[in-house]
Design a protein around this ligand. Sequence first.
Ligand code: CA
Length: 226
Amino acid sequence: MRILVVEDEEKLASIIARGLRAENYAVDIALTAADGLHLATTTYFDLIILDLLLPDFPGTSLLRQLRQQRQEVPVLVLTARGELDVKVENFEAGADDYLTKPFAFAEFLMRVRALLRRSPATKSSTIKVGDLELDRLTHQVRRAGHKIELSPKEYSLLEYFALNAGRVLSRSMIIDRVWDQSFEGLTNIVDVYVRQLRRKIDEDYETKLIRTVRGLGYSIGADADA
Ligand code: CA
């Protein structure tokens, strides 16, 4: 899951980013509305956290422009402005939720999770691929009933695969969705992680779920070894 934080207070932006990354989300930060709008229209995000008072133009107008372009991404407005008319204006502009600063991180996180649950990619909390089962709330993974321990990054990668079962995912698509802009390594990081995942979810089982599609990338599916 990839989240965009549009916030000009760098310290707050990095606290939010750190907290969200600790929860396994990939996070990008935009310090201006223009940057935020550019990122939001060129990159896929599952959620946008939006400050209202930004140095170049208001968050509310960023939000309006997004909605005019029919971008349905959930938006959580995060602002010091708690007046009712400001809230109403932003909900009318297309906000999905609103949180007033200062806020407790625990509440912020609950709202983030609630919004992500409603997003189109997250209709159900369990995903199944053959006998592999992922619980998106607890991040527990089981294969044929046996619990599999994954690192947070391995889980994110497997979740992205599982949400796109049957589709071929290129290394750059995977990097885009599972890593974020703070990642500057090589695309072979994907191969390294896929190798680890295979060891954990495929090695001990007859049916291999993860398939390498030569020259293109990877794909997951119950008939992957066919
Ligand atoms: Ca601000």
